[in-house]
Design a protein around this ligand. Structure first.
Ligand code: R5P
Length: 293
């Protein structure tokens, strides 16, 4: 087995190769002045099981093209099997035609991945299906892992929590809250959210006493931070003690981090599916465990 990284996931790929005790293949990657992308495997992949690690976070189009080039080259260079780890799966949110005439982007991307040579896909907290459900859009084996337990354990181990409560900021985060809560033997619950615009949401608290308690908020993505900010404000108004805003994918558009801090979160914690200032938790152990199965 050989691990190789796209340019969006160099740190994570190194950690995965350390976890597995296998070689991280050197790769040449560059972008030409006109924006075109170049990749070259610097060592042979002939007859190897090759695992390519590439998040398709910002800039998603460049990261996808780089990934397609790597997949096709690995296959063409004689790799026996080519698997792809896409820790953050760009375009997964456009998984259906919400309005007439729209492209179903996720289907296009999955077709391109398969036709570029992917034999198997791994991702983490894949948006469309929710936790623990494998993507159905592929004709090849596809696995959806979750970082919910890792995030809760990180907060539990690194902070002195008082009567903790794990909370999802919306009904879609119920499964994350359950998994995170169970992993640290904590009570868990979730809020109800109505989206008013791409940046504005209205959230209501369930009937649970949060006064004086530390709350771990868990979600798959923090993008604009609108969801987390509203959830934190509600918890603070209900006299929660410290609030930890955790997510698998720290997309962090614009001034999301500042807004969340202003809303009153003690800490913002994400994973390294996307490399960011808050990527404290590595998903390398769960990926290594899954590819070794
Ligand atoms: C929504 O269904 C997702 O689980 C997240 O809650 C959402 O993507 C967060 O977006 P934002 O940070 O922009 O509110």
């Amino acid at each position: 087995m050989k691990i190789v990284s796209g340019s969006a996931s160099t740190g994570l790929a190194e950690k995965i190769s350390e976890e597995l005790g296998v070689e991280l293949l050197p790769m040449e990657r560059k972008q030409f002045p006109d924006g075109e992308i170049y990749v070259r495997f610097k060592e042979s992949v002939e007859n190897e099981r090759v695992i390519i690690v590439q998040s398709t976070c910002k800039p998603p189009n460049d990261n996808y093209i780089e990934l397609f080039l790597m997949l096709d080259a690995a296959r063409d260079l004689g790799a026996e099997k080519v698997e792809v780890v896409i820790p953050y799966f760009g375009y997964a949110r456009q998984d259906k035609r919400f309005k007439d005439g729209e492209a179903v982007s996720l289907e296009t991307i999955s077709t391109l991945l398969e036709s570029s040579g992917a034999d198997e896909v791994y991702t983490v907290d894949y948006h469309p299906k929710g936790m623990g459900k494998d993507p159905e859009v592929f004709d090849i084996p596809a696995h959806n892992l979750t970082a919910a337990g890792l995030l809760a354990s990180y907060v539990d181990e690194n902070f002195d929590l008082k009567n903790p409560l794990v909370m999802g900021p919306d009904a879609g985060a119920e499964s994350w809250a359950e998994k995170a809560g169970d992993s640290i033997d904590s009570e868990w619950n979730y809020m109800l959210k109505e989206r008013l615009s791409s940046e504005e949401v209205e959230i209501s608290l369930p009937d649970v006493d949060v006064e004086g308690r530390d709350v771990i908020l868990v979600d798959d993505i923090i993008s604009t931070g609108g969801t987390m900010c509203e959830a934190i404000r509600l918890l603070k108004d209900a006299r929660a003690r410290d609030v930890y805003a955790c997510c698998t994918h720290p997309v962090l558009s614009g001034d999301a981090l500042e807004s969340i801090a202003m809303a009153g979160a003690l800490e913002v914690i994400g994973t390294d599916t996307i490399d960011s200032d808050v990527s404290e938790v590595s998903v390398a152990p769960i990926i290594a465990e899954e590819v070794e199965k």
